[in-house]
Design a protein around this ligand. Structure first.
Ligand SMILES: [Mg+2]
Length: 170
């Protein structure tokens, strides 16, 4: 039960994942959540670490798209300087925008992973899309009331994930 919330991999931060991890696991495309995954909610533009990460992925021919549930102004302002494929109001856990981005980038399910900090949106969306998921710890606790509520529901599942290890979740 609740297997749809289970990530395939768990890391503290997306910056803890070396490029070799993607290459060894046959990952050719990464779909990123923005808020509390790449940057905190309050950070309007991609920071130095995000720019460096995306640069490294690009050098290694790993394709990138951004799939955010946040609204157009936030997502557009964040993504346009990056020049990446992006989607706002994505409605995760729906698979709709995920499949659309994969089609645009020419990615197969088995070579695509989504990175996110929430189980009920990001990881559930991976299950609905048939792709792998990387779950990361949120960057900080500055979140909306609704997300704080979802965090309470996440507690037992997150505890279980952390018990199962770091990196690949058994
Ligand atoms: Mg998020």
């Amino acid at each position: 039960m609740f297997d749809f919330l289970k990530p395939d991999y768990y890391f503290h931060s997306i910056h803890d994942v070396p490029v070799s991890f993607y290459l060894e696991n046959g990952i050719k495309g990464i779909l990123f959540d923005i808020d509390n995954t790449l940057e905190p909610y309050a950070t309007e533009l991609p920071g130095e670490k995000t720019l460096k990460l995306l640069g490294t992925l690009s050098e290694n021919n790993i394709k990138v798209a951004i799939i955010s549930n946040n609204h157009e102004p936030r997502v557009k302002a964040f993504c346009e300087p990056l020049g990446v494929v992006y989607s706002y109001d994505s409605g995760k856990p729906s698979s709709k925008k995920i499949h659309a981005a994969m089609k645009t980038l020419g990615l197969k399910k088995e070579e695509t992973v989504l990175v996110g900090d929430q189980l009920f949106t990001d990881m559930w969306a991976c299950s609905n899309s048939g792709i792998r998921g990387i779950f990361v710890d949120r960057i900080n606790s500055d979140e909306s009331f609704l997300i704080k509520l979802k965090r309470i529901l996440e507690i037992p599942f997150v505890k279980n994930i952390k018990k199962k290890g770091y990196g690949a979740i058994k």
